[in-house]
Design a protein around this ligand. Structure first.
Ligand code: COA
Ligand code: ZN
Length: 312
């Protein structure tokens, strides 16, 4: 098992907070990102630069990017839907732009208020604009494993979009299961087909645990050769424009699984668990993650008193 590793991109500051009903003050967002930066992540999606009417919870993205304390070696990514978002993100020094559209027209219309063709035309503008800025580009195909409005999404449709992203000069690709419709065999098949088109190091899988298959899908993707995964502290997250959406796969649950399996992540699990345990106070509600409640496998409990007396 020596030498196995997984790269985890922490997305709670974006995917996690975008759906929170109560306002999280800018200083708390900054503190969360700073704490994550110190927990060993090499990639953090720190916010989005979208319409403040569409996602009021993240309307302070510019301020967050200006105030967060950047750790050397960490890539701070920003989700953008259009040229305006890209310009805002570049202005505040985002290292990577994550350009997002859905494979399904219906979800793209609900989420981005555009047809897929309009999204792609906007991405071409962004690529032209970004060329001289040195910013990295990643393209996400949302609803890649199923759409809450249209149902099944054809693999060939997803692959055609990946090809279009690559032709535009977008180097990184994310396949996103926006509403947790993926199953492991489908995941493995799509990962193998996408890996034939681009280096594994720039492929990210983004799963939601909506139907309980989040970590199963991670493992299927990993065993099919994928190495990079999005996850959110506490299992926060969800798309406000997808009915029934729920949280991302939970970062500390994923890191714990990797630790037990001998897959290196470089992430400080006790620190992550401590951070996750602070989320209910920050957000005013419990969170779905399980390891922060149960503890790590190695966090053992004292024997019941009667047994301890016998043993003594
Ligand atoms: N950042 C800030 N403001 C933006 C913006 C951006 N990236 N893009 C558009 N706007 C503003 C416009 O300036 C305009 O403002 P005004 O009403 O004060 O004049 C308003 O938003 C509407 O602009 P328009 O271009 O007509 O956009 P729209 O209403 O058709 O919405 C999107 C299109 C893409 C901007 C919007 O649907 C969006 O931001 N979606 C993102 C949703 C999201 O983040 N989902 C979860 C992550 S996948
Ligand atoms: Zn998501």
């Amino acid at each position: 098992m020596k030498g196995e590793y997984m790269v985890i991109q922490e997305v709670s500051p974006r995917d996690g907070l975008q759906i929170e009903p109560a306002w999280v003050p800018t200083q708390d967002k900054v503190a969360l990102i700073d704490a994550l930066s110190e927990a060993g992540f090499t990639r953090i999606e720190a916010g989005s630069f979208v319409s403040p009417k569409a996602i009021p919870a993240l309307r302070d993205g510019d301020e967050v990017f200006r105030r967060m304390r950047r750790q050397p070696g960490v890539i701070y990514a920003a989700l953008v839907p259009n040229l305006k978002g890209a310009q805002r993100a570049i202005l505040v020094g985002a290292d990577e732009l994550n350009l997002v559209m859905s494979a399904s027209q219906a979800h793209n219309r609900a989420n981005m208020r555009m047809d897929c063709e309009q999204s792609l035309a906007g991405f071409a503008e962004i690529c032209a604009h970004a060329r001289d800025s040195g910013v990295l580009l990643n393209g996400t195909v949302a609803t890649a494993f199923g759409c809450p409005f249209e149902g099944a999404v054809a693999e060939d449709r997803v692959l055609a979009l990946v090809d279009q992203y690559l032709e535009l000069g977008i180097a990184g690709i994310t396949l996103a299961d926006t509403t947790g419709m993926a199953q492991p065999r489908q995941v493995a098949r799509l990962v193998r087909r996408v890996r034939a088109r681009l280096p594994t190091s720039v492929l990210t899988l983004h799963f939601h645990n909506t139907r309980g298959l989040g970590l199963v899908n991670v493992l299927a993707a990993y065993e099919a050769g994928a190495l990079r995964f999005d996850a959110a502290l506490g299992g926060l997250g969800g798309c406000p424009f997808a009915p029934g959406a729920s949280g991302n796969i939970c970062t500390e649950d994923l890191v714990n699984m990797c630790a037990e399996m001998g897959i290196a992540t470089g992430i400080d699990l006790p620190r992550l668990i401590a951070l996750s345990r602070g989320l209910p106070a920050l957000l005013g509600h419990g969170v779905p993650g399980q390891v922060a409640k149960a503890g790590r496998n190695c966090d053992l409990h004292p024997l019941p008193e009667a047994l301890a007396r016998q043993a003594a």
